[in-house]
Design a protein around this ligand. Sequence first.
Ligand SMILES: CC(C)(COP(=O)(O)OP(=O)(O)OC[C@H]1O[C@@H](n2cnc3c(N)ncnc32)[C@H](O)[C@@H]1OP(=O)(O)O)[C@@H](O)C(=O)NCCC(=O)NCCS
Length: 186
Amino acid sequence: MEKNTRLTFIEGERIELLPINPENVKVHARWVNDPKARLYTRNVFPVSPEDLKKRLEQTQEPPKRDIFFEIYHKELDKIVGFVEFHYINYINHAADLGVLIGEKELWGNNLGTDAAKLMMKYGFEELNLVKITAIALRPNKGACRMIEKIRMKLELVMKNQAYFDGEYVDELKFCIFREEWEKTNK
Ligand SMILES: CC(C)(COP(=O)(O)OP(=O)(O)OC[C@H]1O[C@@H](n2cnc3c(N)ncnc32)[C@H](O)[C@@H]1OP(=O)(O)O)[C@@H](O)C(=O)NCCC(=O)NCCS
């Protein structure tokens, strides 16, 4: 992907965050339908590229309650996942963070952490958020560890909230406030 044609919105060291390219919806559909990834994201219904296109069009309507980015890996020269804020609340200045590294062979390489860190900076410094939350199922060890690495703190345990892989499991809600984030990022 040529540097001068790539729509870089946020630049990190190894990755860049790009606006969603509707031409990539087939790749996105592969990620969200993936049997392992969708187990953790609780995607229990099949999602077609057309469904994703519709969803994307809806999120373009103001006020923007959801903001999505593709995660572009500079060295690999391809998109590897996406990251999003959903339920952005402009009165409470809060939003929920979600990350999906669609190319599973890349899990455990700090890419999720890098993407989440860029989103926190964007959220606090540009969107004027004061609180960012993230939700993970207790068995989702990779997500829980990633959330720990970005210094979010456990805020709430929703007991047996989710039916996951044949059993009820806890849903964990984590959060970080801008004040805390600034202590290590300013
Ligand atoms: C969650 C997810 C985004 C993490 O992305 P990632 O690039 O693998 O994340 P990172 O490498 O930055 O961090 C993951 C950490 O979890 C650890 N980890 C992964 N699987 C683990 C397991 N089964 N048990 C314990 N730790 C595990 C990794 O080793 C790494 O920690 P480390 O750097 O201390 O070694 C990715 O696994 C994913 O897309 N999962 C499906 C979607 C999802 O669950 N999203 C979460 C919603 S917020």
